[in-house]
Structures are given as structure tokens and as C-alpha cells.
Design a protein around this ligand. Structure first.
Ligand code: SF4
Length: 211
């Protein structure tokens, strides 16, 4: 147990990078969290209500954060393709630039990258396992990437008809999902441990992009 406590205490120290008083580069920690989420969210999750759920805020607080990000030119609202009654929140190129250059978690990402791919994958898997335990204990699920979701299914080759950009299907939203979209965050995510075929697809795509 002392080892476990020591590890958690180190995690708490790391968390100071993303929970802080005041602001960094003009944004408070929750505003950074919102911008970061919207920069990585899939098309079903770029909504004001999904944002409120993800950052653990009321709709009113999330709406105020959206206004702040809009006023800085980091975010725009557009009519949603998925639900005509709703709006979709899009991170602007300026917002993406801000994330890539000034996000307070960037130096943590760099430090983790410096561990190397194998150690990085081990750390990711350990953290995922810890979150699985926490989810089970608290009956709560956070957003996570589509490729680990139980609702993701492969489309049959006849349904794809040569459209390599929509190889999967979301059984919850009944909508096609492209290979690239399987790496994005979704607020409706439900965890599964049984996704070997999709890991193979991603590995093939990674090898192809490196070659
Ligand atoms: S498969 Fe899961 S994570 Fe992906 S869009 Fe559907 S509900 Fe969201």
C-alpha cells in the first residue's frame, strides 16, 4: 500500500499542471479543460450539454465558458448536422494553435513522451485500468475514445462500398464512424475490453502512415 500511496501522491503533484488558481495564458483551468475537450471531441460530443457533462459544470457555467472562448476567437457555434435543434461547438484554427502552443498540460505530455513508446503504452494501460476500477466503484463513466467503446461495430464490406473513411458504425447513434473518428473523445462512450479487430485496423493505418 505505501507504494500505491506514493504513486497516487505523485499523480496529485502532476495534477497541479491542469488544476491551478487564476489563469494561464488568459484562460482558467476549467476553460482550458473545455477547449481541450472540444479540440478532441467527436461530432456527437461537441455540444453545450456534452461539454457541461464532461467538465462537471452546470449548463449555465458551461455556457459562460463557451462565451469566454468565443470572445477570444477560440470557438465558434455552428448549426449541428446531427441534431437540427442544437448547435455544434467548433474549435477555430486560432483555438487549435493556442492548444498546441500554450496548453498547460503540454509539458506533461512532453515529459510522458520522453519515456518512450513502450513505457508510455504501459502508463496509459495502467491509468486506463485504474479508471476502470474507479468507474466500477462510482458507477460513473467519463468520455473516452471511440475505438474502445462497446457500441462501435465494423461495417460489412458491402456497406462500405469503397468509402475507406467510414469503416465503422456507431450502434448507439446509428451513424457511420470513420477510422480517424475512432481516436476522438465521445461523451456517450461505454467501455469494452473486447476490441481486437479495431486495434488491428489502427495498427495497419499507423504502419501505412509511417511508410
Ligand atoms: S461508438 Fe461509442 S464512443 Fe463511438 S460515437 Fe458511438 S457511443 Fe460514441
Amino acid at each position: 500500500m505505501p507504494l500505491a500511496r506514493e504513486a497516487v501522491e505523485l499523480l496529485v503533484q502532476a495534477a497541479r499542471a491542469w488544476y491551478f488558481e487564476g489563469d494561464q495564458h488568459g484562460l482558467r483551468d476549467r476553460e482550458w479543460m473545455a477547449l481541450r475537450f472540444l479540440g478532441r471531441a467527436n461530432r456527437f460530443s461537441r455540444t453545450p450539454s456534452a461539454l457541461a457533462g464532461y467538465i462537471g459544470a452546470t449548463r449555465a457555467t458551461a455556457s459562460q465558458i463557451v462565451k469566454t472562448l468565443e470572445s477570444k476567437g477560440y470557438l465558434v457555434r455552428k448549426p449541428s448536422h446531427e441534431d437540427k435543434r442544437s448547435v455544434a461547438l467548433h474549435v477555430t484554427p486560432q483555438g487549435q494553435k493556442c492548444l498546441s502552443q500554450q496548453d498547460p498540460i503540454n509539458h506533461v505530455v512532453n515529459a510522458v513522451s520522453s519515456l518512450g513508446d513502450e513505457e508510455c503504452a504501459r502508463l496509459r494501460d495502467s491509468l486506463r485500468e485504474i479508471l476502470n476500477h474507479l468507474d466500477a466503484a462510482h458507477q460513473r463513466l467519463d468520455a473516452s475514445i471511440c475505438r474502445d467503446c462497446m457500441f462501435l461495430a465494423e461495417r460489412s464490406p458491402s456497406a462500405v462500398k469503397g468509402r475507406a473513411t467510414a469503416e465503422f458504425m456507431c450502434r448507439l447513434y446509428r451513424a457511420p464512424v470513420s477510422l480517424e473518428e475512432t481516436e476522438l473523445l465521445c461523451i456517450s462512450f461505454e467501455r469494452t475490453r473486447d476490441r481486437p479487430k479495431i486495434e488491428e485496423h489502427l495498427d495497419r493505418a499507423r504502419v501505412a502512415s509511417q511508410g
